[in-house]
Design a protein around this ligand. Structure first.
Ligand code: PHE
Length: 379
């Protein structure tokens, strides 16, 4: 008779062996996802993962892809570009994934995308909007709009909908997302006839914005355009209140989308607006279906990142289904041929630069909640 202890050891050993030299399961298709599941932008990663999980669950419940189960292997890049590079290498070399999902932040999609591109493994970023992310990268795609489009829409919203003409711009100078979006905004706002009365870049990682905010206020703008991420925006909004800048003066971009924004500075940002991929109450049929399915599983509202993660995963699975073979090259070609794919965040057609053109939603912060304000078509 085998003693319980020896048996237990045997089981542990077998488990170790399985983990060490993972056998390929012929009934499974492996996809890698690299995300900021911890660190400075952790809600970007965890929100996106929830969306991907729902997409996987629905897809597998409906028979999988090419009759096989989809398995997504998640890796945490801890919100750093260095780890993003390592994780992408690991997913490709060790796990032999056929395609990648990730990242959210443009700086990390740029870094991870370089590896995907040179390794010839297709990657779909759900939410990275900086123009360079897909530029000249044959293997990198996005299921969202670009900052050229988003910046222009922000400018048109301020000019046409808010009817404001004097704007101050405040952005994170060394961040590809923030500085690129600020640039696109300025170009369009000036074209419309608007005036940029003050333009300031801060260093990423700064926490005391009071001197900047006093200068911004002294320039007497009607609106402040602040295209940054939610964690910095919480500090800026709180300090803005101290110097007497009302929340309704702020307009931002999709980087604001986090429940932490309203949890941290909901009152300070009352009446502010930002351009986004989606809003929980956006009047689109597919979005409503998604919100219902999501809230049934998770018992909380999805953010835009969740919807984007869901769409990127579904768009990728659809491409794998259409690809003649389950190889990275075949999947790449199928991704490039995506046409009228109906997602929760709009209908997507991959253009020649691998960008999905979708309407851009404007969200208003009202009673510490994100509410749909309007939608504007990117040009
Ligand atoms: N668009 C941002 C970037 O490119 C990421 C982001 C998307 C953040 C959506 C929040 C919501 O870096």
């Amino acid at each position: 008779m085998v003693s319980r202890r020896v048996f237990g050891l045997g089981v542990a050993l077998a488990a170790l062996l399985v983990a060490g030299c993972e056998k390929d399961d012929p009934n499974e298709i492996k996809v890698g996802a690299y995300l900021s599941l911890s660190g400075a932008d952790s809600t970007f990663g965890t929100d996106t993962r929830e969306g991907i999980e729902l997409a996987v669950e629905e897809t597998n419940a409906a028979g999988g892809v090419k009759g096989k189960r989809i398995r997504v292997i998640y890796e945490d890049d801890k919100s750093t570009t260095h780890e993003a590079v390592q994780k992408v290498r690991q997913l490709i070399d060790r796990n032999k994934v056929v395609a990648l999902l990730g990242e959210v932040a443009s700086s990390r999609s740029l870094a991870g995308g370089l590896i995907a591109n040179t390794s010839k493994v297709p990657m779909v970023t759900p939410s990275s909007t900086a123009v360079e992310v897909t530029k000249n990268r044959r293997w990198v795609f996005r299921s969202c709009f670009t900052d050229d489009q988003q910046g222009a829409v922000g400018a048109r919203f301020i000019w046409n909908d808010l009817g404001k003409k004097r704007v101050g711009v405040f952005f994170a100078a060394q961040d590809s997302y923030s500085s690129g979006l600020a640039r696109a905004f300025r170009d369009e706002f000036k074209k419309l006839g608007g005036e940029i009365v003050i333009d300031k870049g801060y260093q990423k990682g700064e926490t005391n914005f009071r001197t900047y905010l006093s200068e911004l206020k002294a320039a007497n703008p009607d609106v402040l355009f602040v295209p940054n991420y939610y964690n910095e925006m919480v500090l800026i909004a709180r300090q803005a209140r101290e110097v007497g800048i009302p929340g309704s003066m702020f307009v931002g971009g999709d980087g604001w989308d986090s429940s932490n924004l309203v949890a941290g500075a909901g009152a300070e940002l009352e009446g502010a607006h930002f351009t986004n991929h989606y809003a929980p109450d956006v009047p689109w049929e597919n979005s409503k279906k998604f919100v219902t399915a999501f809230t049934a599983k998770y018992e909380h509202e999805p953010t835009s990142l969740t919807a984007q993660g869901y769409d990127a995963a579904k768009l990728l699975f659809d491409a794998i289904e259409r690809a003649p073979e389950t190889t990275p090259a075949s999947i790449r070609d199928a991704l490039a041929a995506t046409k009228d794919f109906k997602g929760a965040t709009g209908t997507m057609t991959m253009d020649k630069d691998h960008n999905a053109n979708k309407p851009i939603v404007v969200v208003r912060i009202q009673d510490k909640k994100f509410v749909y304000a309007t939608q504007i078509l990117a040009e």
